[in-house]
Design a protein around this ligand. Sequence first.
Ligand SMILES: Cc1cc2nc3c(=O)[nH]c(=O)nc-3n(C[C@H](O)[C@H](O)[C@H](O)COP(=O)(O)OP(=O)(O)OC[C@H]3O[C@@H](n4cnc5c(N)ncnc54)[C@H](O)[C@@H]3O)c2cc1C
Ligand code: FES
Length: 256
Amino acid sequence: MAYLQGCYPLVGKEQLTAGIYSYTVSCPEIVSQAVPGQFVHVRVDGFSLRRPISICGIDTENGLLRMVFEVRGKGTEALAQLVPGQKIDLLGPLGNGFTPPAGQQVVLVGGGIGVPPLLELAARAGDRATAILGFRTASAVILAEDFRAHSCDLRLATDDGSEGYHGFVTGLLEERLAEGAPGMVCACGPMAMLKGVVEIAEAHGVPTQVSLEERMGCGVGACLVCACKTVRDGREVFTHVCKDGPVFDGKEVVFA
Ligand SMILES: Cc1cc2nc3c(=O)[nH]c(=O)nc-3n(C[C@H](O)[C@H](O)[C@H](O)COP(=O)(O)OP(=O)(O)OC[C@H]3O[C@@H](n4cnc5c(N)ncnc54)[C@H](O)[C@@H]3O)c2cc1C
Ligand code: FES
């Protein structure tokens, strides 16, 4: 599918928690082509390289795209300074999204800033989705109300036990899979979490799709900055996270 580039108005800005912002952008052309799991490549004034941010919400009726990002360095710090009314230069939608089997139950597993790309999947699956979301501590929890609003079965975990299950999302995933096998587990978060999720799901015979993060240059498959090792047809090959991913079959990913 072709991608688009344009400058689009920021129509909504909300700070969700310390250093994490939700932006709503009016970009009907991008929204009309976007699917959950894809990303937009954002140009920030003063930086030559764009910053990849996942698509968190797709409102096709109103042409609105939502993204949620954490301030990590200078680029996202500058992005966080924008105010509604200003325009954002976006390239997208880019990459391949999640493709859970239609009509079946799906388990979504997100860790920290890996949670936002799963929200639109929850919106589409509704009460067929179990969302298992993990955070460091209660004050770091984001988007819980948004997942609840989509009627999914929400299960929270915190590393320190200050909210929900005390421990990692993998513990909650074990519990959920013991209740019955969904059609797929879709996950986004740190590599160590993704590795654990894929191992557990495979042990239960459940297919997985995982969204990977890699530093990016062009975002469209032309520069090799985002190369990652995967297994295809039994052979280890380098693929592009931007073009071949960011969502991969869990079985294809070579976890270090
Ligand atoms: C497909 C994809 C989707 C993403 N979606 C989101 C999202 O929805 N929300 C969000 O907050 N972030 C997301 N990221 C990560 C985001 O792109 C980086 O945090 C951002 O580019 C950092 O830019 P910066 O200039 O602020 O930081 P820099 O100064 O460039 O780096 C600051 C820190 O961030 C780390 N970093 C830089 N780029 C990446 C990267 N691509 N992945 C992981 N760590 C990185 C660096 O190692 C460094 O520690 C995504 C990344 C990818 C590849
Ligand atoms: S970022 Fe250039 S090839 Fe992926």
